[in-house]
Write a protein that binds this ligand. Structure first.
Ligand code: CMC
Length: 431
C-alpha cells in the first residue's frame, strides 16, 4: 500500500484541496478523506457505507466485478478444497498457512479450552424453549466476558492470544448446547480427539442413549462451508466486531455484538430466510413467476432471498462452491431434492430476467448453503449459528488486526444533522 504521488483535487467554491490517494496491493484505489473536515469543514456523507473504506486490511481481498475472493492472497476455492477449518482459521488470524508443528500447537491450544464452566449450564437452562439459538449464542458468548474475565484486556498480547483460543474453542460447544437446549436434550460434551467439524456434529447430534456415527461426507461438507464463510471484508457483522472492539472492550463482548449483527435477514439470517422462502414457494404451487414479480415490484417488500450483494456484481464464488456441494450430497443421499431443484429453477428464471440482469443480481452464499444444512439434518434455526461458526476466525482476525495497528482509533462515524433547528421547550401544561 502506498500513497504514490497521486493526489485527488477537490474544489469547494474558490478553494482547492489536495487529498492523498492510497493504492492497495491489487491496484485498488481510495481517496483518503481523514483530514477533510479539518481542511474544509465538510464531512463525507455515504449512507450505508456503500462507498466508504473504513480501514486498511490485509486479511481478505474481494473483487465483486470478477467474483473473486481470496484469504490472505489464497483463492477461497483452494483454501476450501485443501485446508481443514482450523488451518484456514490460523491463516486468517496470523496471516500465513501454518506448518505441521504450528498447526498442531494451534489445535492443541483450541482443544484445551473446549469445555464451558459448569456454571454456564444454568444460563442455558434459563432460556425458554422457544428461544432462537442465535439469541442464546450471542447471550452466552457475551457471558464469557464474565467467566473468562482474566482475558479481557485487548491491549495485553498474552490475554489477547488466550481470548482468541478460548473463543474458537468454546463457540462450537455453545452453538451445540444452544441447539440441545432448544430441543430439550442433554448436552453432549466436546470430544477432543475429533476434528473441529466432527466435534461440532457430535455435540449436535449424539445422545447419551445411543452411539452416533459421524458421516464423513457431512463433516467434509461442513468443513468446506465453514471455510467459505470464514471472512468477507467489512461486512455488517465484521464491521460491528471492529466497531465494538475499537472501544477496547474484550473479545467476547465484541463477538457477541457481531453475532447479533449477523442474525438479520439481510446478512447471515438470509440462509434461514431463503429456505423459508423456497418452502413457501413450493407450498404455493411452485409459482415462480409470482415470486419473481413480487421481487421486482418496488411497492412489495419481498426480495428474492439469497440473491444480490453489495459487493458482488457477478456470481458469488462461494455460491458456486455451495451449489457443487449440493449436487454431490443430493446425488449421494437422495438423487433428488425438491428444494434444490426449485432453487435451481428459480436461479435460472431470475438470471434470464432483465430486472436481475440489469441490476447484476446473482445468487449469493446464502442461496444454496441452507439446502446443504437441510440435507445434513440441521434444523433451520441453526443455519445462521453455523454461519457464525464459520465467520468466527474472520471476526477474530479483524479484531486482532485492529489491535495490532499503530493507527488504531475508536470507530466513530459522523452524521449530517437534518432535524429541527434550535427551539425552546413549551411547558407541559401548554402543549
Ligand atoms: N431481490 C430483488 N431485488 C433486489 C434484490 C433481491 N434479492 N437485491 C437487490 N435488489 C434490487 C434493489 O431493490 C435495488 O433496485 P432499484 O435499483 O430498482 O432500487 C437494486 O437491486 C440494488 O439493491 P440495493 O438494495 O441497493 O443493494 P444493497 O447493496 O443495499 O443490498 C443486499 C444488498 C444483499 C442486502 C440485497 O441484495 C438483499 O436484500 N438481498 C436479499 C437478502 C440476502 O440474500 N442477503 C444475504 C447477503 S450475502 C451474505 C451475507 O452478507 O450475509
Amino acid at each position: 500500500m502506498g500513497t504514490g504521488s497521486d493526489m485527488a483535487k477537490l474544489r469547494l467554491g474558490d478553494n482547492e484541496y489536495d487529498l492523498p490517494i492510497r493504492v492497495g496491493t491489487e491496484g485498488n484505489r481510495a481517496i483518503d478523506i481523514a483530514k477533510l473536515f479539518a481542511m474544509t469543514g465538510h464531512i463525507a456523507l455515504d449512507d450505508g457505507f456503500a462507498n466508504t473504506g473504513s480501514i486498511m486490511s490485509t486479511i481478505c481481498y474481494i473483487d465483486g466485478e470478477q467474483g473473486i475472493l481470496r484469504y490472505r492472497g489464497y483463492p477461497v476455492e483452494e483454501v476450501a478444497e485443501q485446508c481443514e477449518f482450523t488451518e484456514a482459521a490460523y491463516l486468517l488470524i496470523f496471516g500465513e498457512l501454518p506448518n505441521g508443528e504450528q498447526l498442531e500447537a494451534f489445535r492443541g491450544n483450541i482443544r484445551r479450552h473446549t469445555l464451558l464452566h459448569e456454571g454456564m449450564k444454568a444460563i442455558f437452562a434459563g432460556f425458554p424453549p422457544y428461544a432462537h439459538p442465535m439469541a442464546i449464542l450471542s447471550a452466552v458468548v457475551g457471558a464469557l466476558a464474565i467467566y473468562e474475565k482474566e482475558f479481557g484486556d485487548p491491549g495485553n498480547p498474552q490475554q489477547r492470544l488466550l481470548a482468541m483460543h478460548r473463543m474458537l474453542a468454546k463457540m462450537p460447544t455453545i452453538a451445540a448446547f444452544s441447539y440441545k437446549q432448544s430441543v430439550g436434550q442433554p448436552f453432549v460434551y466436546p470430544q477432543n480427539d475429533l476434528t473441529y467439524c466432527q466435534n461440532f456434529l457430535n455435540m449436535m447430534f449424539a445422545v447419551p442413549s445411543e452411539k452416533y456415527k459421524i458421516d464423513p461426507d457431512f463433516a467434509e461438507a461442513l468443513n468446506l462451508l465453514l471455510i467459505l464463510h470464514a471472512d468477507h471484508g467489512q461486512n455488517c457483522s465484521t464491521s460491528t466486531v471492529r466497531m465494538v472492539g475499537s472501544s477496547n472492550v474484550n473479545l467476547f463482548s465484541s463477538i457477541s455484538a457481531g453475532i447479533y449483527a449477523l442474525w438479520g435477514t439481510l446478512h447471515g439470517g438470509a440462509n434461514e430466510a431463503c429456505i423459508n422462502m423456497l418452502e413457501n414457494i413450493a407450498a404455493d404451487g411452485r409459482n415462480l413467476g409470482k415470486y419473481i414479480d413480487k421481487a421486482k415490484d418496488p411497492d412489495d417488500p419481498f426480495r428474492l432471498v439469497g440473491f444480490g450483494h453489495r459487493i458482488y456484481k457477478n456470481y458469488d464464488p462461494r455460491a458456486t462452491m455451495c451449489k457443487a456441494v449440493c449436487n454431490r450430497l443430493v446425488k449421494r443421499f437422495a438423487g433428488q431434492d425438491p428444494l434444490f431443484d426449485l432453487a435451481q429453477e428459480l436461479e435460472e428464471v431470475a438470471l434470464s430476467d432483465p430486472y436481475f440482469i440489469e441490476r447484476k443480481l446473482y445468487p449469493n452464499v446464502d442461496f444454496y448453503s441452507g439446502i446443504i444444512y437441510r440435507i445434513m439434518g440441521i434444523p433451520k434455526d441453526m443455519f445462521t449459528v453455523l454461519f457464525c461458526l464459520g465467520r468466527l476466525p474472520g471476526w477474530i482476525a479483524h479484531w486482532r488486526e485492529m489491535h495490532l495497528s499503530p493507527d488504531k482509533r475508536i470507530h466513530r462515524p459522523r452524521q449530517l444533522y437534518t432535524g429541527h433547528t434550535k427551539r425552546s421547550v413549551v411547558p407541559l401544561i401548554k402543549r
